[in-house]
Design a protein around this ligand. Structure first.
Ligand code: KIV
Length: 276
């Protein structure tokens, strides 16, 4: 007997591919990216106009309650990626290369990227560029689309002295510009700009050929990415300035579970029609 309820509406087929990023930039159309870590939210996102799902290593913080992303392993990232690919088989999926995956040589990076692509990702995202631009190039030449990530790179949280805005003073801004240039030159098809001043992000977006996807980088970017749980208001204790809550998801969860609990305690759940 199949006890599984039928999904309400089938996932929408998306034609967004790696080439769509450049096309969107050329057409001046904003790119919408959101994180997804599991099959059921991916399935919901697949019904919506979200161009690209990011299996971010933020999963470590959002789903596993850790203080940073350093604990993400390639096995964990592949597991989350597989779940997202099952939920949203027609969406363009980018998966994060975990902490230090790019620093153990070319063969290790290729193995990690292969695991993510075999799990269902269409591209990998790589934080930073200095010291591993050649490995990015090698991945790209091996047929693996790579999204870059400059500005605040959370895997370097300890080197950066915390989750801080980058590129505020002229020297720091010059470093971000250099990172962005190196990222584009290495062959990335797009790059995330995280937590840099809006003016700097706008300047980079104008100068770079590849699209920029901002998070905490103002509206001048070619697209935006947010952690799904932040935009749904599911992280009540964490509200960074840049992350707008589009709904109060925490209130919805609290209300739903409180109603369930009250119904069980009072004997109003389940009804006869909810039993066999
Ligand atoms: O891991 C992640 O979710 C990310 C985004 C915040 C860009 O890298």
């Amino acid at each position: 007997m199949n006890l599984t309820a039928k999904p309400s509406s089938p996932p929408q087929r998306s034609h967004f591919s790696v080439h769509s990023f450049a096309a969107a930039k050329a057409a001046g159309e904003k790119i919408v990216m959101a994180t997804a870590y599991d099959a059921w939210t991916a399935r919901l996102l697949a019904e919506l106009p979200v161009d690209c799902l990011l299996v971010g290593d933020s999963a470590m913080m959002v789903m596993h309650g850790e203080p940073n992303t350093l604990g993400a392993t390639i096995e964990l990232m592949a597991l989350h990626t597989r779940a997202v690919a099952r939920g949203a088989p027609d969406r363009f999926i980018v998966a994060d290369m975990p902490f230090l995956a790019m620093r153990r040589g070319e063969a290790h990076a290729v193995d990690c990227a292969a695991q993510l692509l075999r799990a269902g990702a269409h591209a990998v995202k790589v934080e930073g560029v200095r010291g591993h631009s050649e490995i990015i190039r090698h991945l790209v030449e091996s047929g693996i689309p790579v999204m870059g990530h400059v500005g605040l790179t959370p895997q370097s949280v300890h080197a950066l002295g915390g989750f801080r805005v980058q590129g505020r003073d002229p020297g720091a801004a010059e470093r971000v510009r250099g990172d962005a240039d190196l990222t584009e030159a290495a062959g990335c098809f797009a790059m995330v700009l995280e937590c840099i001043p809006a003016m700097l992000a706008r300047e980079l977006t104008r100068q770079l050929e590849i699209p920029t996807i901002g998070i905490g980088a103002g509206r001048g970017c070619d697209g935006q990415v947010l952690v799904l749980h932040d935009l749904l208001g599911l992280t009540p204790d964490f509200q960074p300035r840049f992350a707008r809550r589009f709904v109060d998801g925490a209130a919805l969860v609290r209300r739903g579970v409180a109603r369930y609990s009250a119904a069980v305690k009072s004997g109003r759940f389940p009804k006869a029609k909810e039993a066999f």
